[in-house]
Design a protein around this ligand. Structure first.
Ligand SMILES: [Ca+2]
Length: 163
């Protein structure tokens, strides 16, 4: 690296020895390890979407990009996706794939601007087909909220598609 000399020069000028930099790097590794350990609390397998137990911490889904997750003990996993702007009455389908759909419960609601309730439940029904649970609905404005609960250790993927 061409900048190495300059960096070393700076370190010497400020009285820092190279060993100090190494200790800093080790400290970062320890912090990363602690963060991973704390993030794993309350789940048997690693779920990169945690924490997502609260609507305010819902994991944002990009349309048609499946995200994998794991249900932990006493866990709920919440995902969200904004309705596309400008569409008159866009239809969406939320799909959860898992080995045994009996192990998972999917509820879909919405956060609608200017509605006095925090979450609106339009009565979108979950439909189980083979290895997947689907909920279809329409939302022209606001945010679709997806709530997953189920048997601890259940691995799933969730996606949303708009048309
Ligand atoms: Ca969760």
């Amino acid at each position: 690296m061409s900048c190495t000399g300059g960096v070393k020069g700076e370190a010497v000028k400020h009285g820092l020895r190279p060993g100090r930099q190494r200790r800093f790097a080790v400290g970062l590794l320890v912090l990363a390890f602690l963060a991973a350990a704390l993030g794993g609390c309350g789940s048997t397998a690693t779920d990169a979407n945690e924490p997502n137990d609260d609507v305010n911490a819902a994991h944002e889904l990009a349309p048609e990009v499946p995200v994998e997750g794991v249900i932990g003990p006493d866990d709920s996993d919440i995902f969200k996706c904004d309705a596309p702007a400008g569409a008159a009455s866009p239809s969406f389908t939320v799909t959860v794939k898992t080995e045994d759909p009996q192990d998972i419960e999917l509820q879909v609601g919405a956060s609608i601007p200017d509605a006095w309730e925090g979450i609106t439940w339009p009565g979108w029904k979950a439909d189980t087909k083979g290895d997947r649970v689907e909920v279809a609905g329409k939302l022209s404005e606001g945010t679709v909220l997806m709530f997953l609960k189920g048997t601890s250790g259940t691995v799933y993927s969730i996606s949303i598609a708009w048309k």
